[in-house]
Design a protein around this ligand. Structure first.
Ligand code: FMN
Length: 308
């Protein structure tokens, strides 16, 4: 199966502790054409870990959703993917996470140094699954080495590549390298999803025009503002710019709470984190932050955001 043709250019990135079902639905409502789960451990899925399986829930209301897995053993990854593939449109492999905990176990970006293993993983999953297998990667581990890798990935059966234009060494520092996104797009004939530093319509257009990538993936800017997809879609369609007011953000948070309740995802620390993320950058944000540090219940948290 091929990578689905998306209704617009915008994709919500996988984000640990953020990309849960209610958040994905909110981003979809405001125009994300596709979303991903956060990276989930193949081992934990196979063991039936409850918390992981909850994070792997998908709603019928959702349009295109990718399940992102991390692991390094092809058979373990295949088993986990087989268990859940019927619920998802795409099975995505994480070859990009730079966190020490992940890299030290040989997962995420550590795999960028293991070309043969990458080949083996992709071939095993592509053969064994019905859904398309995709990859999300960084430009390299210590240095840029994506070009060689993406050709191997394509030959092994991958159906799309999302590339974050930073090496593992760069973490989140410095500017994302869009040149490598352009080079990857020239090197392969499958869809390429460009990622890194897209924060508004101008940047999205710049990345699309410069690299000719097929889609743009957004992480941090969406974490603070799921309405960014609407703003960028308007910009790309040459429509009037949308300004987001404090009231919009409050409503967004209340909608998020409702979705969490509907899908049984209520978690106090996640709600607090989301309130802080959504309310960043407005007058009164600092005061709200101080208040939120003290709240102890969902009700007082909601009240504080309403009074923001
Ligand atoms: C809080 C957070 C969690 C993330 N978790 C994941 C993850 O689970 N899987 C993954 O592939 N990338 C993860 N990333 C990386 C993003 O998907 C993305 O590649 C990166 O933030 C660059 O995009 P941006 O400039 O739009 O933020 C995470 C990033 C952030 C900020």
């Amino acid at each position: 199966m091929e990578f689905p043709k998306l209704k617009n250019k915008l994709v919500l990135a996988p984000m640990a502790d953020i990309s849960i079902l209610p958040f994905r639905l909110l981003c979809q409502k405001y125009g994300a054409a596709m979303t991903y789960t956060e990276q989930l451990s193949a081992i934990a899925i196979n063991r039936g870990n409850e918390k992981t399986l909850k994070l792997a829930e998908r709603s019928r209301e959702e349009e295109e959703v990718g399940l992102q897995l991390f692991g390094r053993n092809p058979r373990v990854l295949l088993k986990a993917a087989k268990k859940l593939e019927k619920n998802f449109d795409v099975i995505d492999l994480n070859f990009g996470c730079p966190s020490k905990k992940i890299v030290n176990q040989g997962y995420g970006s550590a795999l960028l140094r293991e070309k043969d293993r990458i080949k083996d993983i992709i071939k095993t999953l592509s053969k064994g699954l019905e859904k398309p297998v995709t990859v999300k990667m960084r430009s390299g581990f210590k240095k840029v080495e994506a070009l060689e890798l993406v050709k191997v990935m394509e030959e092994s059966g991958v159906k799309a590549i999302a590339i974050h234009g930073r090496t593992k060494e760069q973490g989140y520092f410095g500017k994302a390298d869009w040149e490598i996104i352009k080079q990857v797009k020239e090197a392969v004939s499958i869809p390429v999803i460009g990622n890194g530093d897209v924060v508004n319509g101008e940047k999205a257009k710049e990345l699309l025009d410069y690299s000719k990538c097929d889609y743009v993936m957004i992480a941090r800017a969406a974490m603070n503002n799921p309405m960014i997809f609407k703003q960028i879609n308007c910009y790309l369609d040459d429509k009037k710019e949308i300004e987001i007011m404090k009231e919009d953000k409050i409503k967004l948070f209340l909608d998020y709470v409702e979705l969490c309740e509907r899908y049984d995802f209520v978690n106090f620390s996640n709600l607090k984190l989301t309130a802080l993320n959504f309310c960043k950058g407005f007058e009164g944000s600092k005061e709200l932050r101080v208040r939120l540090m003290k709240v102890k219940t969902k009700e007082t948290l909601i009240e504080a955001v309403k009074n923001f």
